[in-house]
Design a protein around this ligand. Structure first.
Ligand code: NAD
Length: 493
């Protein structure tokens, strides 16, 4: 079985413990490779390499323009390696090759965008009221950043952190999900090919507890950039707060997809499917609550039934496949548990509702639709992270807003209507970091992304977010030739 190593200081490095753990191909339900089962000693090595690189003239001495040039070269290399990287992702997480290839072919745009921004972060000369003082600000990198990612889109989620973070001049220790580490290892090797000095990007593989937690707690880590569940995010935030580390958290959601009677129902149907059945529902922005206006409730459900009858479930490598397997065994078990609990709670199964036996033996769950769901129920409140849709009827706009906002999450929301004043009102009323009007599951490097409430802390993407990887410094230069004033009184003006 193929065996992968950590990448530390530019060197392929076996785990200190000499222990590896298997990585599963969820389509075949069999282990296909082994990744390092790292621990604190590996974390120490990786952070030391990142810190050394941060302080080295080879990295710290580069101009912002030169860092931008490296990021552009990295973007080109990702394009050249897109197929290979996408195949590794599919092997590990079972998402469709169609989607992972599209992601890999788009990821370079983030590198080009932040490459351009690298030398456009400017400080200011402050117009203070003393002619003999020269005061200016500059923006400086934070140091070593720990990037910890989830398994559903490993390289996209990493890119949202590492492209702005490197443009800003930081170095990285990446801890990918233990379920999907191989694409990150292959991706990280490209940085050195692009010309980044060794140690600027390091990868340690392992579990959240044995590898992630010591990485977060490491005194030489200045910032933690995390994507994952809100439970782990809160634990990380607590650990980081005790050491005053900077943190950005991209967490889960229970996003409402709201269909009004005046919507283009066919377009809404496609949006609803993309919200919950694309990626077998394993996306943070899953539109897992379908809010249907009562006057079109039955009509829309019939359309949904017709669509589900033709849906193609199977091999994620087959370009005809529309829904692939669940990415790993714990998640598969969780999705089935959630389905059973929803049944026990009294939700009605409209479609699917059980494991799907596939000739590959893979971890398949039937796309599942529950109707007559109460927004207060566990099904409507808990993130399933699987192909499970909760349909909740509503009467009017006010009720739609009340139901939509009746969640501890606030990552995204979709609104389907042809009434633009209503769309505008909804976009203001919804408590969500992203609101899509007549579209769903759209992201872009220019568009800030992140959550309200329990869906996160901070944002990723867009121009301003490079500052999440920088800190301002204020410099005072005294040009006075006068004798100093009273040293026991603060210089306030
Ligand atoms: P998870 O929280 O179990 O794990 C995420 C990562 O954190 C993994 O690398 C894991 O090993 C690590 N980890 C877990 N506990 C840790 C700890 N105490 N200290 C340090 N590291 C720790 O999440 P998952 O199951 O991999 O991913 C699914 C979750 O991610 C869902 O909740 C989903 O909504 C969320 N997600 C959010 C976004 C977003 O951008 N908002 C995107 C994708 C996924």
């Amino acid at each position: 079985m193929q065996r992968f190593n950590n990448l530390i200081g530019g060197v392929s490095t076996p785990p200190v413990s000499g222990q590896w753990m298997p990585s599963l191909d969820p389509y075949k339900n069999e282990n296909w490779c082994e990744i390092p089962d790292s621990g604190p000693a590996d974390v120490d090595k990786a952070v030391a390499a990142a810190r050394q690189a941060f302080e080295s003239p080879a990295w710290a001495g580069l101009s912002a323009t030169a860092r931008g040039a490296l990021l552009r070269r990295m973007g080109d290399l990702i394009t050249e390696n897109a197929q290979r990287l996408a195949e590794l992702e599919v092997r590990d997480n079972g998402k469709l090759l169609n989607e992972m290839l599209l992601q890999l072919r788009t990821i370079p745009q983030w590198f080009y965008y932040y490459a351009g921004l690298a030398d456009k972060v400017e400080g200011a000369v402050l117009p203070i009221d003393k002619a003999d003082q020269f005061v200016y600000t500059s923006w400086e990198p934070l140091g070593v950043v720990a990037a910890i990612t989830a398994w559903n889109s490993p390289l996209l989620l990493l890119t949202w952190k590492i492209a702005p973070g490197l443009a800003a001049g930081n170095t990285f220790v990446v801890k990918p999900s233990e379920f999907t580490s191989t694409s990150t290892l292959a991706f990280a090797e490209l940085f050195e090919q692009a010309g980044f000095p060794p140690g600027v990007v390091n990868v340690v593989c392992g579990t959240g507890q044995r590898t992630g937690a010591p990485l977060v707690a490491h005194p030489d880590v200045a910032k933690v950039a995390f994507t994952g569940s809100d439970g782990a995010g809160k634990a990380i935030n607590q650990a980081a707060a005790g050491m005053l580390k900077k943190v950005t958290l991209e967490l889960g959601g229970k996003s409402p997809n709201i269909v009004f009677a005046d919507a283009d129902l066919d377009a809404a149907l496609a949006g609803v499917a993309s919200g919950i059945f694309a990626a077998a529902g394993q996306t943070c922005i899953a539109g897992s609550r379908l809010l249907l206006q009562r006057s079109v409730h039955d009509q829309f459900l019939e359309k949904l039934r017709n669509m589900m009858q033709g849906v193609r479930i199977g091999d994620p490598f087959d370009p005809e496949t529309q829904i692939g397997p669940i990415a790993n065994r714990p998640q598969y078990d969780k999705v089935l548990t959630c389905i059973n609990e929803a049944r026990e709670e009294g939700a009605e199964v409209f479609w699917g509702g059980k494991a799907l036996e596939h000739p590959s033996g893979g971890l398949f769950v039937e796309p599942t639709i529950f109707t007559a769901v109460d927004n207060a129920s566990v099904l409507a409140q808990r993130e399933v992270f699987g192909p499970v849709l909760a349909v909740i009827p509503f009467e009017d706009e006010a009720e739609a807003v009340q139901i939509a906002n009746g969640s501890r999450y606030g990552l995204a929301a979709g609104v389907w209507t042809q009434d633009m004043p209503r769309a505008f009102r909804m976009s203001k009323a919804l408590q969500a970091g992203t609101v899509w009007i007549n579209t769903y599951r759209a992201v872009n490097f220019m568009a800030p992304f992140g959550g309200y409430k329990d869906s996160g802390l901070g944002r990723e993407n867009g121009q301003e977010m490079i500052k999440a990887y920088l800190q301002p410094k204020t410099v005072w230069i005294n040009n006075s030739t006068q004798p100093p004033g009273n040293p026991f009184v603060m210089r306030l003006n």
